[in-house]
Design a protein around this ligand. Structure first.
Ligand SMILES: Cc1ncc(COP(=O)(O)O)c(C=O)c1O
Length: 402
């Protein structure tokens, strides 16, 4: 089965970052920390319908690819939003409202916001962000849940399915003409002129506090995975957009483990801003339409905070073409116990399967029969139409085995 990925090795690029910091000396507590994870965990785990998402063992794939173990954390079950992003944006909205109330001398928790205790104050607040889908859905969901208004900016190629999924939570959704990065700039300008609060998953010069909360929310998923795994992983393959998700995983594991795993960041070739930043040794913008089927990863500018963590602890960057994606989604859908994974969820797994077909790359990544690999399947069928197009069946049909 994994030989189907052999021909893809020629279109895959690898960069080895030799400037990483050895060992487990974590020094970015001002960005993400185990201490702040505890706060995020306390709030998020108090939300209705919170539960740990499943961790699947893919033992057949492990033996096929010559490694000891493959664990797949399945975020298609995260709340009703079908992606890990539910943890980040919504947590940042809650925290923002809690801070605003504090400025008025009110000590509140997210449970007070859910109960509507301070709705008279929170209903005058508007949160705003740019998104390629999943983050905006989380912010809109959080705004509805915690009682404030929400305005979202999407770029020209975000699908109508994703647009409707955001609007469903009562947010105003505006479509702009340019790409993701342009939508980020427009959202920031609109917020500035209207007194809205930007709740972005990416950080930039002068805007860092809220993206920290977003990323810290993601670490709840990492903590769950570590509790579910019997042995710590030797490798974690992480799909990257602006870098917030991989940075959250890296921060948690480097700070908590004596011997952290080897991290491999995987991106689409047309939107490989983390890869290019690693090559150049500094944040590097990728221009163009950032066209890729991996909608959640279509970002051309790194998140500055995320980048400072990634550059220090990630030794390997892979840039892959779109052609491995539908194959990998089908691989998971066609299992005896099917897994529903969206386009951006499988990038890490696709990168791994390509790498295992090349002896040189395999040895550079130190992949062998003792390796224990962890993947985060970061979304389910968040775009149902695209899922059906790429897999050939809807997620319901996959689950029913038809
Ligand atoms: C499903 C999915 N996986 C991974 C990512 C990457 O996260 P980040 O942009 O924080 O690197 C995204 C981003 O939107 C996503 O939607």
């Amino acid at each position: 089965m994994i030989h189907q990925y052999k021909h893809l090795i020629h279109s895959t690029r690898h960069f080895e970052n030799l400037n990483i910091q050895a060992g487990s000396d974590y020094r970015y507590q001002d960005i993400l920390s185990l201490e702040s994870f505890e706060l995020a965990n306390k709030e998020i785990s108090s939300w209705d319908r919170y539960e740990s998402t499943p961790l699947h063992s893919l033992s057949d794939l492990a033996s096929d690819s010559g490694v000891s173990l493959i664990a797949y954390k399945d975020e298609s079950h995260r709340f009703s939003l079908k992606s890990f992003k539910a943890l980040g944006g919504a947590y940042a909205v809650a925290n923002l409202l809690i801070k605003k109330l504090k400025e008025q001398g009110i000590e509140a928790k997210s449970s007070d916001l859910i109960a509507g205790t301070y709705s008279e104050i929170t209903s005058k607040i508007t949160v705003c962000c740019a998104t390629d889908g999943n983050h905006g859905r989380s912010v809109a969901w959080g705004a509805q849940k915690f009682g404030c208004n929400c305005e979202i900016y999407i770029h020209s190629t975000v699908s109508v399915v994703r647009e409707e999924a955001i609007a469903k939570y009562g947010a105003i959704v505006n479509r702009i003409k340019g790409n993701y990065d342009e939508s980020v700039h427009i959202a920031a300008d609109v917020a500035e002129s209207n007194g809205y609060y930007v709740v972005s998953d990416t950080s930039y010069e002068g805007y860092t506090d809220i993206p920290k909360d977003v990323m810290q929310g993601y670490t709840v998923m990492v903590d769950e995975a570590m509790k579910q795994m019997e042995e710590v992983p030797t490798h974690v393959f992480l799909q990257g957009g602006v870098g917030g998700f991989p940075a959250a995983v890296v921060s948690y594991l480097v700070e908590s483990l004596d011997c952290p795993p080897i991290f491999v960041v995987v991106e689409p070739t047309n939107a490989d801003c983390l890869f290019q930043s690693a090559v150049n040794g500094e944040p590097t913008v990728v221009h163009g339409d950032l066209d890729t089927v991996m909608a959640g990863l279509a970002c051309g500018e790194v998140s500055l905070l995320a980048w400072s963590i990634l550059k220090s602890y990630v030794p390997h960057f892979l840039s892959i073409q779109d052609d491995s994606i539908s194959k990998t989604m089908q691989l998971l859908a066609n299992r005896d116990k099917p897994i529903i994974a969206g386009e951006s969820a499988v990038a890490g797994l696709a990168g791994f399967l390509i790498a295992t077909n090349d002896d040189t790359l395999k040895s550079k990544l130190m992949l062998n029969e003792n390796s224990r690999i962890l993947f985060f399947g970061t979304e389910g069928d968040t775009d149902e139409t695209m899922y059906k197009q790429l897999v050939g069946r809807s997620s319901e049909e996959v689950m029913r085995g038809v």
